[in-house]
Design a protein around this ligand. Structure first.
Ligand code: PEP
Ligand code: MG
Length: 578
């Protein structure tokens, strides 16, 4: 009897399956490094052109299949891959180098793609994931040049294990009733993860070396909730998991029943719950979640996808789409928050990027780009369901300057007879300590606040949000954070404007009673926890939450606050979940 073994990874798509494993090992692509002679050049170029053409055809087919299975929005990755091969300037550059350098087409193509890949690898997690997509295009073309058949074939009803899966593999496998994906590489923003979520197939990624330990035919359990793979589970584990599968089904059904119920506490205090959206893929999910509206729409991905600022036309298309899908609820579009940990291509390397050229500072330096973004947002606002939000604001001057620029853009559009929301609401993120201290003055300048606790905690406690060495010190229940939240809400309400919270703190169910007791008007949360947060809100009493807050405001240590918050959650929420 083989011993049961548990492996841990990153939960990428929820769900549990128990089945046989299928180990998918894609052969390495071979790059021919050999020099070629003059008489071989034209033939080499012809072969290259042909394989680009075949690859384009294959990708078009995959795109069509993908649209059928997971819709247009989720299939944009394949359009991006097609774009690389349709880029004549890029392809011509490869051909020119083959002629000039007299090297094999696979070598030159590999080298040109590597330049693109290196930029992506130097970027943040999102950019690193895009590296896999670009590499996939490279391998496809080189394989076609070598006339290797690209077979993405697996046995039906299996759980796929692989070192890495491309988005194309994931889509093609899904035709064969795949029950799960587990990969050595990847993070939650990898396209394999995004596609798995869209297909509602459990996935665990970032398992490091799982593909070395699992063989085709092994019995395995994939737990996409916890990010676990259990190889050769014993009878007891199988029985436990079968029970878990049944109870998750019941729980999920019950949990989703709250989606259409009012956003209010037991004693009828209304608190809006909206969603944070980073990728268009998430919008479909939100629609199924009672279409709550979008409290934070991050626009940085538009820059990251191109490594350059998007055109006005591209932006209008995106903002219009999101406004239409969300209508009649509203979308808060945040202007580019580039810099810090969100990569921006610049020849100047900052030693302290989080305290550097970031957010509104970039927009106010690049006024032309800022104006283009404001113009695009305004032109998508005719249904009056868009709000504009400025990130990383640290002074009144930044707000006034932004308002002046917005005024100029409006004036220009009016002169052209454009149709847009003339009274569009303008708000700011409160995520820098100076913004907290000046909250009263800020509140007199804008229409709403949204608190970014991710950055606020980082700057208030001087704890880099991305530094693993001090990650234990990053805590939103620190008394300084809680006191700041109280101060911000009071400053806003005194000036009759509303306050939302869009940092990750709002997505923590345990924090819900605290935020309600602090009188937040809106919680903008991760779409995946939307029902969980709403259920927590509906279990608590506003009067109890107020009491909890007055208690924790007297504590001077994080531990005391956490203990009180956990106790409250366990008694008032957890105990009521059946
Ligand atoms: C925040 O800082 O809390 C926030 C919501 O913005 P981001 O995470 O995009 O910086
Ligand atoms: Mg922030």
């Amino acid at each position: 009897m083989v011993k049961e073994k548990i492996y841990r990874g990153i939960p990428a798509s929820q769900g549990i399956s128990l089945s046989k494993a299928y180990l998918y090992a894609r052969r390495q692509v071979h790059v021919n490094h050999q020099d070629i002679i003059d008489s071989e050049i034209e033939n080499e170029i012809e072969e290259f052109n042909k394989s680009v053409e075949i690859s384009l055809k294959e990708l078009k087919k995959i795109y069509t299949l993908s649209v059928e299975r997971i819709g247009e929005q989720n299939s944009r990755i394949f359009l991006a891959q097609l774009e690389i091969l349709n880029d004549r300037i890029f392809i011509d550059a490869v051909i020119e180098r083959i002629r000039k350098e007299k090297k094999s087409a696979s070598f030159i193509f590999h080298d040109e793609i590597a330049k693109l890949s290196n930029i992506l690898l130097a970027g943040n997690d999102y950019m690193k994931e895009r590296y896999v997509d670009v590499n996939d295009v490279k391998n496809r073309v080189i394989r076609n040049m070598r006339r290797e058949k690209l077979v993405s074939k697996v046995d039906e009803n299996t759980i796929i294990f692989a070192h890495e899966l491309t988005p194309a593999d994931t889509i093609l496998f899904s035709k064969r009733k795949v029950l799960g994906y587990a990969t050595d590489t990847g993070g939650v923003t990898s396209h394999t993860a995004i596609i798995s979520r869209a297909l509602r197939i459990p996935a665990v990624v970032g398992m490091k070396v799982i593909s070395k330990y699992i063989s085709t035919g092994d019995t395995v359990i994939i737990d996409g909730y916890e990010g676990l793979i259990i190889a050769n589970p014993n009878e007891e584990t199988i029985a436990r998991y079968n029970e878990k599968i049944d109870s998750y089904k019941v729980q999920e059904k019950k949990l989703f029943q709250v989606v259409d119920l009012p956003c209010q506490t037991v004693d009828k205090k209304h608190v809006d719950i909206t969603s944070n959206v980073e990728f268009l893929e998430e919008v479909d999910f939100i629609k199924n979640c009672g279409n709550s509206g979008i409290g934070l729409y991050r626009t940085e991905h538009l820059y990251m996808a191109k490594e350059d600022f998007p055109t006005v036309a591209e932006q209008i298309e995106e903002y219009l789409h999101i406004a239409n899908v969300t209508f009649p609820k509203s979308v808060t579009v945040r202007t580019f928050d580039l810099g810090g940990d969100k990569i921006i291509q610049s020849s100047y390397k900052e030693t302290n990027p989080n305290l550097g050229w970031r957010g509104i500072r970039v927009s106010l330096d690049k006024v032309g780009i800022f104006k283009e973004q404001l113009r695009a947002i305004l032109l998508a606002s005719s249904k009056k369901n868009i709000r504009i939000m400025l990130p990383m604001v640290s002074s009144i001057e930044e707000i006034r300057r932004s308002k002046q620029i917005l005024k100029e853009v409006k004036k220009d559009l009016e002169a052209k007879g454009a149709f847009f929301d003339k009274d569009i609401k303008l708000g700011v993120m409160i995520e820098v300590p100076s913004a907290v201290i000046l909250a009263e003055s800020f509140a007199k300048e804008v229409n709403f606040f949204s608190i970014g606790t991710n950055d606020l905690t980082q700057y208030l406690l001087a704890v880099d949000r991305g530094n693993e060495l001090i990650s234990g010190m990053f805590n939103e229940f620190h008394p300084a954070v809680i006191k700041s939240l109280k101060y911000i809400v009071e400053a806003a309400h005194k000036n009759k404007i509303k306050v939302s919270i869009c940092g990750e703190m709002a997505s923590n169910p345990e924090a819900v009673p605290v935020l309600v007791g602090l009188d937040m008007d809106e919680l903008s949360v991760n779409p995946s926890v939307y029902p969980t947060i709403k259920r927590a809100l509906r279990f608590i009493k506003y009067s109890d939450a107020k009491e909890l807050v007055s208690k924790i405001l007297n504590y001077s240590t994080t531990d005391e606050i956490i203990n009180e918050v956990k106790k409250f959650y366990s008694e008032q929420v957890k105990s009521k979940i059946v």
